[in-house]
Design a protein around this ligand. Structure first.
Ligand SMILES: [Zn+2]
Ligand SMILES: [Zn+2]
Length: 391
Protein backbone atom coordinates (compact mmCIF):
# COMPACT_ATOMS: atom_id res chain seq x y z
CA UNK A 1 0.00 0.00 0.00
CA UNK A 2 1.03 3.63 -0.43
CA UNK A 3 1.85 5.76 2.63
CA UNK A 4 3.28 9.18 3.51
CA UNK A 5 6.52 8.26 5.25
CA UNK A 6 8.69 10.55 7.39
CA UNK A 7 12.31 10.31 6.21
CA UNK A 8 14.04 12.97 8.31
CA UNK A 9 13.60 16.69 8.96
CA UNK A 10 11.31 18.32 6.38
CA UNK A 11 11.24 15.18 4.23
CA UNK A 12 8.05 13.22 3.62
CA UNK A 13 7.91 10.71 0.77
CA UNK A 14 4.94 8.81 -0.58
CA UNK A 15 6.07 5.23 -1.13
CA UNK A 16 5.08 1.58 -0.98
CA UNK A 17 5.07 0.01 2.49
CA UNK A 18 3.74 -3.39 3.70
CA UNK A 19 -0.08 -3.52 3.88
CA UNK A 20 -1.66 -2.92 7.30
CA UNK A 21 -2.96 -6.27 8.57
CA UNK A 22 -4.85 -7.80 11.48
CA UNK A 23 -2.34 -8.52 14.27
CA UNK A 24 -4.76 -9.21 17.13
CA UNK A 25 -8.32 -10.63 17.13
CA UNK A 26 -9.70 -7.23 18.29
CA UNK A 27 -8.12 -5.26 15.40
CA UNK A 28 -9.95 -3.84 12.43
CA UNK A 29 -8.49 -2.65 9.14
CA UNK A 30 -9.80 0.62 7.72
CA UNK A 31 -9.42 1.74 4.13
CA UNK A 32 -8.61 5.41 4.66
CA UNK A 33 -10.78 7.73 2.59
CA UNK A 34 -9.92 11.00 4.36
CA UNK A 35 -6.92 11.89 6.53
CA UNK A 36 -5.73 15.29 7.69
CA UNK A 37 -2.38 16.96 8.12
CA UNK A 38 -2.29 18.44 11.60
CA UNK A 39 -0.23 21.18 13.23
CA UNK A 40 1.28 18.53 15.50
CA UNK A 41 2.46 16.60 12.42
CA UNK A 42 4.62 19.65 11.74
CA UNK A 43 6.51 19.21 15.04
CA UNK A 44 7.57 15.78 13.76
CA UNK A 45 8.05 16.96 10.16
CA UNK A 46 10.44 19.68 11.33
CA UNK A 47 12.53 17.11 13.22
CA UNK A 48 11.71 18.64 16.61
CA UNK A 49 10.71 15.27 18.14
CA UNK A 50 12.01 11.73 18.55
CA UNK A 51 9.76 10.50 15.68
CA UNK A 52 11.63 7.76 13.84
CA UNK A 53 12.50 7.90 10.15
CA UNK A 54 10.56 5.34 8.14
CA UNK A 55 7.30 5.71 10.07
CA UNK A 56 3.99 6.73 8.52
CA UNK A 57 2.42 9.98 9.73
CA UNK A 58 -1.28 10.72 10.24
CA UNK A 59 -3.45 10.65 13.35
CA UNK A 60 -6.65 12.26 12.02
CA UNK A 61 -8.30 9.46 10.09
CA UNK A 62 -11.59 8.16 8.77
CA UNK A 63 -12.57 5.56 6.26
CA UNK A 64 -14.39 2.35 5.50
CA UNK A 65 -13.89 -0.89 7.41
CA UNK A 66 -12.51 -3.58 5.08
CA UNK A 67 -11.62 -6.34 7.56
CA UNK A 68 -12.41 -7.20 11.19
CA UNK A 69 -10.61 -9.52 13.62
CA UNK A 70 -12.28 -12.66 14.96
CA UNK A 71 -13.11 -11.03 18.35
CA UNK A 72 -14.74 -7.91 16.88
CA UNK A 73 -18.50 -7.82 17.64
CA UNK A 74 -19.89 -4.39 16.80
CA UNK A 75 -18.06 -2.85 13.88
CA UNK A 76 -18.81 -4.39 10.49
CA UNK A 77 -17.11 -4.50 7.13
CA UNK A 78 -18.38 -1.71 4.88
CA UNK A 79 -19.18 0.77 7.66
CA UNK A 80 -17.73 4.27 7.66
CA UNK A 81 -15.89 5.02 10.88
CA UNK A 82 -13.87 7.91 12.31
CA UNK A 83 -10.95 7.06 14.57
CA UNK A 84 -10.02 9.12 17.64
CA UNK A 85 -6.31 9.95 17.42
CA UNK A 86 -5.99 8.43 20.91
CA UNK A 87 -5.56 4.65 20.69
CA UNK A 88 -7.09 3.19 23.84
CA UNK A 89 -7.89 -0.21 25.32
CA UNK A 90 -11.13 0.57 27.14
CA UNK A 91 -10.27 -1.48 30.24
CA UNK A 92 -7.29 0.13 32.02
CA UNK A 93 -7.48 2.37 35.08
CA UNK A 94 -7.41 5.51 32.91
CA UNK A 95 -9.82 4.31 30.19
CA UNK A 96 -12.34 3.24 32.86
CA UNK A 97 -12.54 6.89 33.86
CA UNK A 98 -12.91 8.08 30.29
CA UNK A 99 -9.30 9.26 30.14
CA UNK A 100 -8.50 7.47 26.88
CA UNK A 101 -5.89 10.15 26.21
CA UNK A 102 -3.74 8.57 28.94
CA UNK A 103 -4.41 4.87 28.27
CA UNK A 104 -1.89 2.66 30.08
CA UNK A 105 -2.27 -0.47 27.93
CA UNK A 106 -1.50 0.90 24.49
CA UNK A 107 1.60 2.85 25.57
CA UNK A 108 4.51 0.39 25.70
CA UNK A 109 6.76 2.57 27.92
CA UNK A 110 5.85 1.90 31.57
CA UNK A 111 6.59 5.48 32.65
CA UNK A 112 4.47 7.05 29.90
CA UNK A 113 0.73 7.03 29.13
CA UNK A 114 -1.36 7.53 26.02
CA UNK A 115 -0.99 6.30 22.44
CA UNK A 116 -1.72 7.63 18.98
CA UNK A 117 -1.32 6.77 15.29
CA UNK A 118 1.90 8.04 13.71
CA UNK A 119 2.97 10.18 16.65
CA UNK A 120 6.25 10.71 18.54
CA UNK A 121 6.47 9.06 21.97
CA UNK A 122 2.95 7.61 21.69
CA UNK A 123 3.63 4.01 20.83
CA UNK A 124 4.80 2.18 17.69
CA UNK A 125 1.54 2.58 15.73
CA UNK A 126 1.60 3.56 12.06
CA UNK A 127 -0.28 6.62 10.89
CA UNK A 128 -3.25 6.87 8.56
CA UNK A 129 -1.79 9.00 5.78
CA UNK A 130 -1.86 5.75 3.88
CA UNK A 131 -4.25 3.52 1.98
CA UNK A 132 -4.91 1.23 4.97
CA UNK A 133 -4.78 1.63 8.76
CA UNK A 134 -4.70 -1.00 11.49
CA UNK A 135 -6.97 0.04 14.37
CA UNK A 136 -6.42 -1.82 17.68
CA UNK A 137 -9.55 -2.61 19.76
CA UNK A 138 -11.76 -1.63 16.84
CA UNK A 139 -15.03 -2.00 18.74
CA UNK A 140 -13.84 0.49 21.36
CA UNK A 141 -11.95 2.96 19.18
CA UNK A 142 -14.04 3.27 16.01
CA UNK A 143 -16.97 5.68 16.03
CA UNK A 144 -19.51 4.57 13.45
CA UNK A 145 -21.03 7.16 11.13
CA UNK A 146 -24.43 7.43 9.52
CA UNK A 147 -25.67 7.37 5.95
CA UNK A 148 -24.33 10.82 5.13
CA UNK A 149 -20.75 9.81 5.99
CA UNK A 150 -19.46 9.48 2.43
CA UNK A 151 -20.77 12.90 1.38
CA UNK A 152 -19.71 14.77 4.51
CA UNK A 153 -16.23 13.38 5.10
CA UNK A 154 -14.59 16.78 5.55
CA UNK A 155 -16.96 17.42 8.49
CA UNK A 156 -16.78 13.98 10.11
CA UNK A 157 -13.00 13.59 9.82
CA UNK A 158 -12.63 16.57 12.18
CA UNK A 159 -13.97 14.28 14.94
CA UNK A 160 -10.64 12.42 14.93
CA UNK A 161 -8.85 15.28 16.65
CA UNK A 162 -9.33 19.00 16.10
CA UNK A 163 -13.06 19.38 16.82
CA UNK A 164 -12.93 17.38 20.11
CA UNK A 165 -9.58 19.02 20.96
CA UNK A 166 -10.95 22.52 20.46
CA UNK A 167 -14.05 21.53 22.43
CA UNK A 168 -11.85 20.10 25.20
CA UNK A 169 -10.07 23.46 25.52
CA UNK A 170 -13.44 25.11 26.17
CA UNK A 171 -14.37 22.37 28.66
CA UNK A 172 -11.16 22.87 30.64
CA UNK A 173 -11.80 26.63 30.50
CA UNK A 174 -15.40 26.03 31.69
CA UNK A 175 -16.96 28.10 28.91
CA UNK A 176 -20.66 28.63 29.61
CA UNK A 177 -23.49 30.46 27.84
CA UNK A 178 -22.89 34.21 28.00
CA UNK A 179 -19.19 33.97 28.81
CA UNK A 180 -16.59 36.26 27.32
CA UNK A 181 -13.87 34.00 26.01
CA UNK A 182 -10.49 34.61 24.42
CA UNK A 183 -8.78 32.03 22.21
CA UNK A 184 -5.06 32.34 21.49
CA UNK A 185 -4.31 30.84 18.08
CA UNK A 186 -6.46 30.76 14.95
CA UNK A 187 -4.95 27.63 13.47
CA UNK A 188 -7.30 24.68 12.95
CA UNK A 189 -7.51 23.87 16.68
CA UNK A 190 -7.92 27.51 17.68
CA UNK A 191 -10.71 27.85 15.13
CA UNK A 192 -12.37 24.72 16.59
CA UNK A 193 -12.08 26.12 20.12
CA UNK A 194 -13.59 29.38 18.88
CA UNK A 195 -16.38 27.44 17.15
CA UNK A 196 -17.00 25.31 20.25
CA UNK A 197 -17.23 28.36 22.51
CA UNK A 198 -19.75 29.89 20.11
CA UNK A 199 -21.73 26.61 19.93
CA UNK A 200 -21.86 26.64 23.75
CA UNK A 201 -23.42 30.10 23.64
CA UNK A 202 -20.51 32.28 24.72
CA UNK A 203 -21.58 35.92 24.62
CA UNK A 204 -18.41 37.14 22.98
CA UNK A 205 -15.38 35.29 21.65
CA UNK A 206 -12.09 36.94 20.65
CA UNK A 207 -9.56 35.03 18.58
CA UNK A 208 -5.96 36.26 18.59
CA UNK A 209 -3.39 35.45 15.91
CA UNK A 210 -1.16 37.33 13.48
CA UNK A 211 -2.16 35.50 10.27
CA UNK A 212 -4.84 37.48 8.40
CA UNK A 213 -6.21 34.44 6.48
CA UNK A 214 -6.81 32.56 9.74
CA UNK A 215 -8.34 35.61 11.44
CA UNK A 216 -10.74 35.94 8.51
CA UNK A 217 -12.00 32.40 9.18
CA UNK A 218 -12.52 33.25 12.86
CA UNK A 219 -14.49 36.33 11.90
CA UNK A 220 -16.58 34.34 9.41
CA UNK A 221 -17.89 32.09 12.19
CA UNK A 222 -18.72 34.97 14.50
CA UNK A 223 -15.60 35.71 16.56
CA UNK A 224 -13.93 39.08 17.05
CA UNK A 225 -10.47 38.86 15.46
CA UNK A 226 -7.44 40.36 17.21
CA UNK A 227 -4.40 40.77 14.96
CA UNK A 228 -1.47 40.45 17.36
CA UNK A 229 0.79 42.22 14.86
CA UNK A 230 -1.25 45.35 15.54
CA UNK A 231 -2.92 44.94 18.93
CA UNK A 232 -2.18 43.53 22.38
CA UNK A 233 -4.95 40.99 23.08
CA UNK A 234 -5.01 41.67 26.84
CA UNK A 235 -5.55 45.39 26.21
CA UNK A 236 -8.33 44.76 23.70
CA UNK A 237 -10.15 42.38 26.02
CA UNK A 238 -9.76 44.51 29.14
CA UNK A 239 -10.99 47.59 27.33
CA UNK A 240 -14.11 45.68 26.28
CA UNK A 241 -14.79 44.29 29.77
CA UNK A 242 -14.44 47.37 32.03
CA UNK A 243 -10.89 46.33 32.81
CA UNK A 244 -11.92 42.93 34.19
CA UNK A 245 -10.62 40.63 31.48
CA UNK A 246 -12.19 37.62 29.77
CA UNK A 247 -14.08 35.04 31.84
CA UNK A 248 -11.90 32.31 30.44
CA UNK A 249 -9.42 31.51 27.70
CA UNK A 250 -8.00 28.77 25.51
CA UNK A 251 -4.39 28.17 24.47
CA UNK A 252 -4.31 26.60 21.00
CA UNK A 253 -0.75 27.31 19.86
CA UNK A 254 1.78 25.42 21.97
CA UNK A 255 5.52 25.60 22.48
CA UNK A 256 6.26 26.95 19.02
CA UNK A 257 4.39 30.19 19.76
CA UNK A 258 6.09 33.07 18.00
CA UNK A 259 5.70 36.78 17.49
CA UNK A 260 4.73 38.27 14.10
CA UNK A 261 8.43 38.50 13.20
CA UNK A 262 8.78 34.73 13.68
CA UNK A 263 10.74 34.87 16.96
CA UNK A 264 9.76 31.79 19.02
CA UNK A 265 8.76 32.17 22.67
CA UNK A 266 7.01 29.24 24.35
CA UNK A 267 5.67 31.51 27.12
CA UNK A 268 4.07 34.04 24.76
CA UNK A 269 0.50 32.72 24.64
CA UNK A 270 0.42 31.43 28.24
CA UNK A 271 1.45 34.84 29.56
CA UNK A 272 -1.02 36.47 27.18
CA UNK A 273 -3.80 34.37 28.72
CA UNK A 274 -2.74 35.02 32.31
CA UNK A 275 -2.89 38.73 31.46
CA UNK A 276 -6.17 38.58 29.47
CA UNK A 277 -8.26 36.36 31.76
CA UNK A 278 -9.90 37.85 34.83
CA UNK A 279 -9.24 37.05 38.50
CA UNK A 280 -10.38 33.45 39.23
CA UNK A 281 -10.92 32.73 35.52
CA UNK A 282 -10.14 29.41 33.86
CA UNK A 283 -7.61 28.63 31.13
CA UNK A 284 -7.59 25.48 28.97
CA UNK A 285 -4.29 24.59 27.29
CA UNK A 286 -4.47 22.16 24.36
CA UNK A 287 -1.59 23.59 22.32
CA UNK A 288 1.26 21.06 22.34
CA UNK A 289 4.01 21.47 24.94
CA UNK A 290 6.66 18.78 25.37
CA UNK A 291 8.95 17.58 28.16
CA UNK A 292 11.81 17.72 25.66
CA UNK A 293 12.21 19.73 22.48
CA UNK A 294 15.47 18.42 20.99
CA UNK A 295 15.38 20.98 18.18
CA UNK A 296 14.38 23.81 20.47
CA UNK A 297 17.74 24.96 21.86
CA UNK A 298 18.49 26.78 18.65
CA UNK A 299 15.01 28.21 18.19
CA UNK A 300 14.52 29.28 21.80
CA UNK A 301 17.09 28.32 24.46
CA UNK A 302 18.55 25.55 26.63
CA UNK A 303 15.77 25.84 29.19
CA UNK A 304 13.00 25.56 26.58
CA UNK A 305 14.76 22.57 24.99
CA UNK A 306 14.11 20.78 28.29
CA UNK A 307 10.46 21.74 28.28
CA UNK A 308 10.87 24.49 30.88
CA UNK A 309 8.69 27.47 30.09
CA UNK A 310 9.00 30.71 32.07
CA UNK A 311 5.44 31.79 32.74
CA UNK A 312 4.02 34.55 34.95
CA UNK A 313 3.09 32.08 37.66
CA UNK A 314 3.16 34.78 40.34
CA UNK A 315 0.47 36.74 38.52
CA UNK A 316 -1.52 33.57 37.80
CA UNK A 317 -1.46 32.66 41.50
CA UNK A 318 -2.28 36.22 42.53
CA UNK A 319 -5.32 36.15 40.21
CA UNK A 320 -6.43 32.76 41.49
CA UNK A 321 -6.72 31.37 37.97
CA UNK A 322 -7.05 27.71 37.10
CA UNK A 323 -5.29 26.02 34.22
CA UNK A 324 -6.21 22.69 32.61
CA UNK A 325 -3.68 21.02 30.34
CA UNK A 326 -3.05 18.07 28.05
CA UNK A 327 -4.32 16.21 25.02
CA UNK A 328 -8.04 15.71 24.56
CA UNK A 329 -9.86 12.50 25.49
CA UNK A 330 -11.54 12.39 22.08
CA UNK A 331 -14.00 9.59 22.94
CA UNK A 332 -15.51 11.73 25.70
CA UNK A 333 -16.91 14.16 23.12
CA UNK A 334 -16.86 12.62 19.63
CA UNK A 335 -20.29 10.96 19.77
CA UNK A 336 -22.08 14.16 20.82
CA UNK A 337 -20.14 16.25 18.33
CA UNK A 338 -20.93 13.69 15.59
CA UNK A 339 -24.60 14.15 16.34
CA UNK A 340 -24.27 17.94 16.15
CA UNK A 341 -22.81 17.45 12.66
CA UNK A 342 -25.47 14.90 11.67
CA UNK A 343 -28.19 17.20 13.00
CA UNK A 344 -26.95 20.10 10.91
CA UNK A 345 -25.88 22.17 13.92
CA UNK A 346 -22.13 22.02 13.27
CA UNK A 347 -20.04 22.15 10.09
CA UNK A 348 -16.41 21.98 11.15
CA UNK A 349 -15.30 21.58 7.51
CA UNK A 350 -15.20 25.38 7.30
CA UNK A 351 -11.51 25.10 8.32
CA UNK A 352 -10.59 23.06 5.25
CA UNK A 353 -8.57 24.97 2.67
CA UNK A 354 -7.24 22.11 0.50
CA UNK A 355 -8.39 18.64 -0.51
CA UNK A 356 -5.57 16.72 -2.15
CA UNK A 357 -4.57 13.19 -3.09
CA UNK A 358 -2.10 11.19 -0.98
CA UNK A 359 0.56 11.67 -3.69
CA UNK A 360 0.43 15.40 -3.02
CA UNK A 361 1.34 14.97 0.67
CA UNK A 362 4.97 16.15 0.28
CA UNK A 363 3.88 19.44 -1.32
CA UNK A 364 1.12 19.85 1.23
CA UNK A 365 3.60 19.48 4.10
CA UNK A 366 5.87 22.11 2.56
CA UNK A 367 3.12 24.69 2.19
CA UNK A 368 1.47 23.97 5.54
CA UNK A 369 4.86 24.08 7.32
CA UNK A 370 5.69 27.40 5.70
CA UNK A 371 2.28 28.69 6.95
CA UNK A 372 1.72 29.86 3.37
CA UNK A 373 -1.24 32.17 3.02
CA UNK A 374 -4.48 30.28 2.58
CA UNK A 375 -3.12 26.86 3.70
CA UNK A 376 -5.35 26.55 6.78
CA UNK A 377 -6.14 22.83 6.86
CA UNK A 378 -5.13 20.16 4.41
CA UNK A 379 -7.23 17.04 3.87
CA UNK A 380 -5.84 14.08 1.92
CA UNK A 381 -7.90 11.42 0.15
CA UNK A 382 -5.81 8.22 -0.20
CA UNK A 383 -8.66 6.52 -2.08
CA UNK A 384 -8.38 9.16 -4.79
CA UNK A 385 -11.99 10.24 -4.42
CA UNK A 386 -12.04 13.78 -3.11
CA UNK A 387 -15.53 15.02 -2.38
CA UNK A 388 -13.55 17.88 -3.58
CA UNK A 389 -14.81 21.41 -3.71
CA UNK A 390 -11.38 22.79 -2.80
CA UNK A 391 -8.11 22.25 -4.60
ZN1 LIG B 1 -4.06 16.43 15.11
ZN1 LIG C 1 -6.67 1.96 28.42
Amino acid sequence: MKAAVYEGPRTVTVKDVPDAKIEHPCDIIVKITTTNICGSDLHMYEGRTSFESGRTLGHENMGQVVEVGSAVRKVQVGEYVVLPFNIACGFCKQCEQGLTNYCLTMQPEPDLAGAAYGFADMGPYQGGQAELLRVPYGDFNALRLGEDAAERQTDYVMLADIFPTGYHATEMAHVKPGDQTIVFGAGPVGLMATYSALLKGAGRVWTADHQPDRLRKAEEIGAIPINTAEQNPAEVVKEATLGLGADNGCECVGYQAHDPEGHEDASLTLNGLIDSVRFTGDIGVVGVFLPQDPGGAEAQGEMEAQGKVPIDFGMMWFKGQHMGTGQAPVKKYNRALRDLIAGGKAEPSFVVSHELSLDEAPTAYEHFDARDDGWTKVVLHPDGHGNGHKQ
